[in-house]
Every structure is written in structure tokens, then in C-alpha cells.
Design a protein around this ligand. Structure first.
Ligand code: ADP
Ligand code: MG
Length: 780
């Protein structure tokens, strides 16, 4: 141990020497000069003192002031200066993988090093970290996983949780775990960093931990809402002047307000229709009934954004443009569209960049660099450019007003990632991004009255998502009772939501009656997908029909690739029906469509194939890449084995694929009653339900299955089911549910046998093939 200490001491001195050498070199001096210009620098000593004297510190400061890149570095530098460099270990979490990578590269560069020396990163499936790495940037999920193996975070000296104002589920979860850990590790330091001023909430959660604020400076940003944008950029919008009248609304009586709101909505809708026409709407695939009936900037957006960008590129002063979009598929489609534009697609005048989680790091660097020779940089980004990364030369911001957000309806136990309106706080944050280096301008692509209706803050993710995955994680981390644990959260979720999640996990067999993790549950907790999708994947692997199941699961996680254009609905529906070949399954139709597309791709005719069959090539590509990821995940579980050919031995067996789909989607099930002229569908909770017209099961004279399983139901006026698959009694009996909910296990329990999760489906399959053989014999 004395020898050990000597080694540590020697390494610490080496680290100090190296740091000094860099700081004294000309490049190091230049870098220091830049770093000293950041607002965080003035607070350096105060921050370090507070951290030395308190176990928990909350730090807030305007985006770009230097929290993420500087504060962890201050700690590292001061430890190295004090010759404790080799003994310290600092972990800084980021909500997104891309910011973890970008920030670690930046910090390494600021220290004159390559990534993997004193600074490293780790995100899922990827990471660079060396023997001397003392500062590690990782995603919140990675730290949670580490806690699974190392409950006390042995050897870690500082944990920094960044972007806590976003209130992501993982971050809220991590805070509960860390709060429990602190008394066990009195010398561990916890620093919470937030972009906004709601630091009190976090401070009071940690027994009044001290709060430090880094005062920042930004230039004023002028905001334009849709009405002014249309005027400024020369759009015609006939019914728009009506919107000005809404200003008087505040003085109206309460009862009238609701009425006025309805009227306002319909007026906005008609104004938007005009805007749509003016926008010369091109992308027919998005022009569905849904997108017209409410104001949906994603769909009108493409041409409106193009118009605004064109206006900026032509008429406004130099400066980069940052466009806030909802997701990477939208970003890619818009980028494709803009690339065909004579001005915006001309690389000698405009540098078009996409900024999202899955981009290459060479592309990443371009985002931060200032282009040469008067080229205007346009960055299309998701809301992660709101706070996680800072692009300095932005002068113009274009804000579509929406972000993808998971939403949860306690009735419908499925999380869905849908574009929803942002909060006022996000709107302000997006606008602020334009004032980093000089006064800026922000184009909000929605009317002022829509902005006024935004919520002040976004609801924490914990309160708006289904908790199934989280509950599994609580169990696999052995954190005790789920409801007790969650009641200690910063803002605890509704007991009903918790109960729903636990009940669901019991029904699908991930938890037993006593809320203990089952074998299935343990496997599911290791797969970073929703439990039901994980269950489908695992069964797909066990039953050697992985290919079709991966397609179904990817389709359910991305979205439907079947396009239903508003004006060609009949044609599109019959195109989809071709893929069904009378097997009463939307999921199998998807499998066929995808397989057909892969074949067409191999013959370089993927595009024509999509066009002919009303399929979205974009979505199919997304499904394709997700399938690849699934395959690696499944391989990690060890269920596939070395012989990967085996895992598709039964893929052609449609009955089996159907059974696995049933196992995953259960308890999403409705009964089918074929009447003379119509079909009645019923679920246990809702009574009668209807099918969306684009399902292959809609409008057929008869469904020769007693049951349909479905992924999702949506309540509009009635309850509608989206995709569905016909299921026989025996499949439901054997593949639906788990030990606690009866099914096959119920019977076998009577024989006193205990059935492991992996045994059950194997037996079920034997039964199934036996039954099929008997059926065939009877037929003969
Ligand atoms: P905060 O976390 O407070 O929002 P950051 O630490 O991320 O701020 O960034 C501080 C400053 O460092 C930014 O304003 C920007 O000037 C600079 N910066 C950050 N990342 C990069 C990068 N990858 N390339 C160049 N400059 C960067
Ligand atoms: Mg930051």
C-alpha cells in the first residue's frame, strides 16, 4: 500500500507537470485566454470553495456560460494542481450521448490532449477511456448501469449531474439513488448543474444545499411570430388580421372565454389552411387529415421553413441560422428538400448541416466551426441545441414550436413519442440562442396567441411517461419497493400510474406476485426498449423467428411506413391490402412490405417500390437501422448463440410469428364477433372499439379469428385500434399472459410443476405444433 501510494504520488506529479507544460505553451495560452473570457471563470474560486466545503452544490447559469465544459475541468485542474490528480475520479453525466461525446472532445482539446488521456467519454455501445482518464463524461443511463454493479461508486470522488432542469426521467431517478448514496459516502461530492433559475427545487431536495449562480450575458433578440413573419417575408394570409382581435379576450367574462377559445381555434385552423395554401404545400405524404385538423407545424413547416431560410439567406445580414425541428427523420427530409433549392442547396453560398444524436463526429465539428468566405451556415437541430450544445455564431433562430415528447395517458399503457408544443421556457431558451455574439432575431413559426397558450414549464418526464421500464430498473437495482422508492422522487408520480405499471409488469410476467423480478424481467431490464417490445424480441430469438419479429418491433418503435395520403386514400389502402394476402394482420403486412423493399433495394429499385406501394422510404430506412441495433442487443443477451443462421429457422412459420406477436402485445387484446353484416369488436375496459380505416382488418366482411391483438388504442370519440393481428384461441391461451394470469401455466401448476419462463414457451410451441398436426389430420 505504501508502494501504491508512491505510484499514485508519482503519477500525480507527472499529471501536474503535463498540465503546466500545456498551459505555458503558446496554444495553451491562447486557449486559457478564451476560457477566461467565459462568465464561469469569474466564479471559479467561489465554485471550488463551495464544492470543497459542501457535499452537495447546485450551480445554475445561462446556457453557454461554461458550466459543462469548465466546471468539471476546474475540479480536475485544481485536483491536479494539488498533486491529487491520480487519485481523483470525476464523472459528469449528460442526458444525451451526442453531448457527452462533443463535450468530452471539447474539454480534451482545451487541455491540449487527445480524447482518452485525462478526459474520456462513455455512452451506450461506445466509449473512449484510458488508464489516466480522470474526468469521464457519460450518459445518465451509463451511470445508472454502473450503479447496478457498484452500489457505492467506489473510487469516484465527484459526480456532476448536468442539465437537471430538463427533468428527464433518468436524471430524476439518478437523484433518488444518489440521495441514498451520499450518507454512505461522506467524502463523495455531488454537483447539480442547471440552465435555469429553478435551483431552489433541487437545493431543497438536498436539505438546502448551497446554490451558486453564474451571471451571464446575452444580447437582445427580436422575436417575430407567424403573423409578423408572413408580413416581413411577403406571405399572403387573408384571414390573419382576425387574430389581432384576440388581445381583448382577457376582459371577457369567464363563460365566454371557453366559447371564445373554441372560436379562436377554428379561426386559427382556417388561417392555417390559408397559410398552407400560401406555403404551396409539397410534401403530400404528410398532408393527412390529422395534420390539417389541428395546426401542425411539422407538416406545414417544410415549405414555411424553406421560405423563411430563403428570406434570411437573401436579405439578412451575415450570421449562422439555427433551425429547431422535432426529430432526426424530419431533419433529414427537410435537408433533402433544401438541397434541391437553387440558393439554399448551393454549397458555395450555404453550408447545410444536420445536428442530431446519430451524426458522425466529423460532421459534428463543422457545426461549431465558422465557415469561410461568406458562406452562410444553417444548422437543423432537435431541441438538444436548446441547452446541451452551444453554437457560437448563431444570429438567427427558426423555431417550429414543437419538440418530440413522450406522453402518457394512464388509460393507454403505451408510451408514444409525439411532437407536442414546447413550453414558454423552451421558447425563451430557443430564442436566446440567437443572441450569443451580437443582437439576433428569432422566427417563431406560430402565431403569438399559440405561444401565449403554451405551458410555463414542461412537465417532468417522470410525470408524463409510463413507468414500466423504470420500475424494472428499480427492481434490477434492488432498490426495494417500487412505490416506496418512487414516492421519494423530487416530484413523485401519481400512485395510479405506479400501480398501472406494476400491474402491467405482473401481467406480462416480468414481476411475480410479490413484485420480485422474474427471469423474463431480468432479461427485459437489460434491453433498452419497452418491456413489451423486449419480450417480443426475446421470444423471437428463442423461437428462431428473429427476422420478422425484429421488423415488427422496429416498425412499432419508429412508426408506420404505410403512407395514407389525404387525396389518394383508396389507392393507398388497396396497396397496403396487397401485403396482407388474407392473413388479417397489419404486422405481417409490414413484414412483407419490408422484405419486399429489401429485395427491391438489392436491385436498386427501392425508390420505385416505395412510390408504387405508398411506402415511406425514410421510415423503412429507419426500421432497417433499428433492426441492426436490435440484433446486437439480442446477441448480447446470449439467446442467439454463435450460429446466427439458426435464429431464422422458423421465420417462415407465420403461425409462430403470430404467436410471438401475441405474447408481446398481450394484454392489448379484443374479442371479435362476426355478425351477419358487421363485425363487433370489444375490449374488457372499453366495451366496443373500432379499427382505423387503414388497418387491413377494417372493412373486411369477416375476420376468421376470435381475437385481435393490438399495439395501441387511441380515444377520439370512440376508442380506435391501430395495427392489429388475428389470433386463435390456442395461441391466446398459451402465449398470452403469464403464470399469475392463468394461461397454460395455470394448468401446469395443477400438476405441481414449476415452469420457468424459458420453459413455458417451449412447451407452448410443442402444444401448438401438436395441435396443428391434429388439425391437419382432422382436415384430411
Ligand atoms: P454551458 O454548459 O454553461 O451551457 P458550455 O460549457 O457548454 O456552456 O460552453 C461554454 C462555451 O464554450 C460556449 O459558449 C462556447 O463558446 C464554447 N464551446 C463549447 N463547446 C465548444 C466546441 N465544441 N467548440 C468550440 N467552442 C465550444
Ligand atoms: Mg451545458
Amino acid at each position: 500500500s505504501v508502494a501504491m501510494e508512491r505510484i499514485l504520488r508519482r503519477r500525480s506529479l507527472q499529471l501536474r507537470e503535463k498540465q503546466q507544460d500545456w498551459q505555458e505553451s503558446p496554444e495553451g495560452q491562447k486557449m486559457l485566454e478564451f476560457r477566461r473570457s467565459l462568465p464561469a471563470h469569474k466564479e471559479r474560486e467561489a465554485l471550488l470553495n463551495a464544492i470543497a466545503q459542501n457535499q452537495v452544490v447546485v450551480v445554475s447559469g445561462e446556457t453557454g456560460c461554461g458550466k459543462t465544459t469548465q466546471l468539471p475541468q476546474y475540479i480536475l485542474e485544481s485536483e491536479i494542481e494539488a498533486a491529487r490528480g491520480a487519485a481523483c475520479s470525476i464523472i459528469c453525466t449528460q442526458p444525451r450521448r451526442i453531448s457527452a461525446i462533443a463535450v468530452s472532445e471539447r474539454v480534451a482539446a482545451e487541455r491540449g490532449e487527445k480524447i482518452g488521456e485525462s478526459v474520456g467519454y462513455k455512452v451506450r455501445l461506445e466509449g473512449i477511456k484510458g488508464r489516466d482518464t480522470r474526468l469521464l463524461f457519460c450518459t445518465t443511463g451509463i451511470l445508472l448501469r454502473r450503479l447496478l454493479l457498484d452500489r457505492n461508486l467506489e473510487g469516484v470522488t465527484h459526480v456532476i449531474v448536468d442539465e437537471i432542469h430538463e427533468r428527464g426521467m433518468n436524471e430524476d431517478f439518478l437523484l433518488i439513488v444518489l440521495k441514498d448514496l451520499l450518507p454512505r459516502r461522506p467524502e463523495l461530492r455531488l454537483i447539480l448543474m442547471s440552465a435555469t433559475l429553478n435551483a431552489e427545487l433541487f437545493s431543497s431536495y438536498f436539505a438546502g444545499a448551497p446554490m451558486l449562480h453564474i451571471p451571464g450575458f446575452t444580447y437582445p433578440v427580436r422575436a417575430y411570430f407567424l403573423e409578423q413573419i408572413l408580413e416581413k417575408t411577403g406571405y399572403r394570409l387573408t384571414s390573419y388580421n382576425q387574430i389581432d382581435d384576440y388581445g381583448q379576450e382577457k376582459s371577457w367574462k369567464m363563460q365566454k372565454q371557453a366559447q371564445a377559445l373554441r372560436k379562436r381555434k377554428s379561426q386559427i385552423a382556417s388561417a392555417v389552411e390559408d397559410a398552407l395554401e400560401a406555403a404551396d404545400f409539397r410534401d403530400y405524404s404528410l398532408r393527412t387529415q390529422e395534420s390539417l385538423s389541428c395546426w401542425n407545424p411539422d407538416s406545414i413547416g417544410f415549405n414555411l421553413i424553406e421560405h423563411v431560410l430563403c428570406h434570411i439567406a437573401k436579405n439578412e445580414r451575415p450570421g449562422a441560422v439555427l433551425v429547431f425541428m422535432t426529430g432526426w427523420d424530419d431533419i433529414n427530409s427537410l435537408k433533402d428538400q433544401l438541397q434541391t433549392h437553387p440558393l439554399l442547396g448551393d454549397p458555395s453560398r450555404v453550408l447545410l448541416l444536420a445536428c442530431h444524436g446519430s451524426m458522425a463526429s466529423s460532421e459534428q465539428r463543422l457545426i461549431f466551426d465558422k465557415p469561410e468566405g461568406g458562406v452562410r451556415k444553417i444548422v437543423l437541430a432537435t431541441n438538444m441545441a436548446e441547452t446541451s450544445i452551444t453554437i457560437n455564431d448563431v444570429v438567427f433562430v427558426v423555431d417550429c414550436g414543437k419538440a418530440k415528447e413522450t406522453s402518457y395517458d394512464a388509460l393507454n399503457n403505451t408510451p408514444c413519442l409525439l411532437p407536442t408544443w414546447i413550453s414558454k421556457a423552451s421558447g425563451r431558451q430557443r430564442r436566446g440562442r440567437a443572441g450569443r455574439v451580437q443582437p439576433g432575431e428569432c422566427y417563431h413559426l406560430y402565431p403569438r396567441c399559440v405561444y401565449d397558450a403554451f405551458a410555463d414549464y414542461q412537465l417532468p418526464e417522470l410525470l408524463r411517461t409510463p413507468l414500466q421500464s423504470l420500475c424494472l430498473q428499480i427492481k434490477s437495482l434492488q432498490l426495494g419497493s417500487i412505490s416506496e422508492f418512487l414516492s421519494r422522487a423530487l416530484q413523485p408520480p401519481e400512485p395510479l400510474s405506479v400501480k398501472n405499471a406494476v400491474d402491467y409488469l405482473k401481467i406480462i410476467g416480468a414481476l411475480d406476485e410479490n413484485e420480485n423480478l422474474t427471469v423474463l424481467g431480468r432479461n427485459l431490464s437489460m434491453l433498452p426498449v419497452e418491456p413489451k417490445l423486449g419480450k417480443m424480441l426475446i421470444l423471437g430469438a428463442i423461437f428462431n423467428c428473429l427476422d420478422p419479429i425484429m421488423t415488427v418491433v422496429a416498425g412499432l418503435s419508429v412508426r408506420d411506413p404505410f403512407l395514407m395520403p389525404f387525396d389518394k386514400k383508396d389507392l393507398a389502402e388497396s396497396a397496403k391490402a396487397q401485403f396482407s394476402s388474407h392473413d388479417y394482420s397489419d404486422h405481417l403486412a409490414l413484414v412483407r412490405a419490408y422484405d419486399g423493399w429489401k429485395d427491391a433495394e438489392r436491385q436498386q429499385s427501392g425508390y420505385e417500390y416505395c412510390w408504387k406501394n405508398f411506402l415511406s422510404a425514410q421510415t423503412l430506412k429507419a426500421i432497417d437501422s433499428l433492426r441492426k441495433q436490435f440484433f446486437y442487443l439480442i446477441k448480447d443477451t446470449g439467446l442467439v448463440g454463435c450460429n446466427t443462421e439458426n435464429c431464422n429457422k422458423w421465420s417462415h412459420d407465420e403461425h409462430l410469428v403470430r404467436a410471438v406477436i401475441c405474447a408481446g402485445l398481450f394484454p392489448g387484446i379484443c374479442s371479435v364477433m362476426n355478425k351477419e353484416k358487421s363485425i363487433t369488436l370489444k375490449t374488457m375496459e372499453d366495451g366496443q372499439v373500432l379499427l382505423y380505416s387503414n388497418s387491413v382488418n377494417a372493412g373486411v366482411p369477416k375476420i376468421p379469428y376470435p381475437w385481435l391483438v393490438f399495439n395501441e388504442k387511441v380515444k377520439v370519440n370512440s376508442v380506435f385500434l391501430r395495427d392489429s393481428t388475428g389470433i386463435s384461441d390456442s395461441v391466446l391461451l398459451m402465449f398470452g399472459g403469464s403464470i399469475s394470469s392463468g394461461g397454460l401455466d395455470g394448468h401446469l401448476k395443477m400438476f405441481g410443476g414449476y415452469l420457468d419462463f424459458f420453459m413455458k414457451p417451449a412447451l407452448a410451441y410443442m402444444y401448438l405444433s401438436l395441435k396443428r398436426e391434429i388439425d391437419e389430420l382432422v382436415q384430411k
